[in-house]
Write a protein that binds this ligand. Structure first.
Ligand SMILES: Cc1cc2nc3c(=O)[nH]c(=O)nc-3n(C[C@H](O)[C@H](O)[C@H](O)COP(=O)(O)O)c2cc1C
Length: 224
């Protein structure tokens, strides 16, 4: 798989097969991904990769917390308000995904079930939680973003699907307790990895992108 193929085929996988992924495969992925650039090569990431029994326990605890009405409380808050164009895209994603899943607007039960799937790491057999020291700033989050995409592309090369999600870190206190994450680390994001359940309706939707000419301003190129 070349880089452009990997970039174009990667998508958020929201239903995985339960098939176990070897530690060796995950370490190969992490090794390749850790070639990601970072501010002055600080490599601010601390990565906790969970599978098997610890992951299953954490999955149940997170779902239970959601069902008990515990409000999600990610270490890194989401924006209070999005700029209008971004807010529009955010709504479009929800609307189009639910449409693809055949979920009606007022179907709160189905929406709750969707939220639960996210909290349950979409059934993935492996989740990597990316953390960094609490004293760091957005620059280091930027580095973790670089690492995240690299993990997902390396997973694609291994024939594995992935999902990066805010929902996976909704209950950071449970992640800390389950995986011995020290208090000085912010739990930034989670990345699920595993074999994609390719026929599953959750994986039928492909998200669009803005036209590149809208997002990219070019200056100083020769006219065609
Ligand atoms: C920082 C971040 C947080 C995300 N959180 C979630 C999430 O909580 N639940 C979810 O279903 N998808 C989540 N996603 C996936 C995005 O919805 C997805 O990347 C976007 O819709 C584009 O679709 P694609 O990844 O399939 O190309 C997240 C992506 C990023 C980068």
């Amino acid at each position: 798989m070349d880089v452009l193929q990997a970039l174009n085929s990667r998508h958020t996988v929201r239903a995985f097969l339960s098939e176990f992924i070897d530690a060796e495969v995950m370490l190969d992925i992490m090794e390749a991904a850790s070639r990601a650039p970072s501010w002055a090569n600080t490599q601010p990431w601390e990565i906790y990769v969970a599978a098997g029994e610890p992951l299953e326990r954490l999955r149940s605890e997170c779902v239970e917390a959601l069902r008990n009405g515990e409000p999600p409380g990610q270490d890194m808050p989401r924006p209070d308000k999005w700029p209008p164009e971004l807010e529009q895209r955010l709504h479009d994603l929800g609307r189009l995904r639910f449409q693809a899943l055949g979920i009606e607007r007022g179907d709160d039960g189905a929406r709750q079930a969707q939220a639960e799937m996210g909290i349950a790491f979409f059934g993935a057999p492996v989740v990597a939680f990316l953390c960094m020291d609490r004293s760091l700033t957005s620059w280091s989050v930027f580095d973790l973003g670089m690492l995240s995409q690299s993990i997902m592309l390396a997973a694609a090369e291994k024939g594995l699907g992935s999902a990066v999600a805010f929902a996976f870190v909704a209950y950071p206190q449970l992640i800390r307790a389950a995986l011995d994450v020290p208090d000085n680390l912010t739990v930034v994001i989670g990345i699920a990895v595993g074999k994609e359940d390719a026929g599953h309706v959750q994986n039928s939707y492909r998200s669009p992108r803005r036209p590149v000419a809208e997002a990219v301003r070019m200056a100083g190129f020769e006219p065609e």
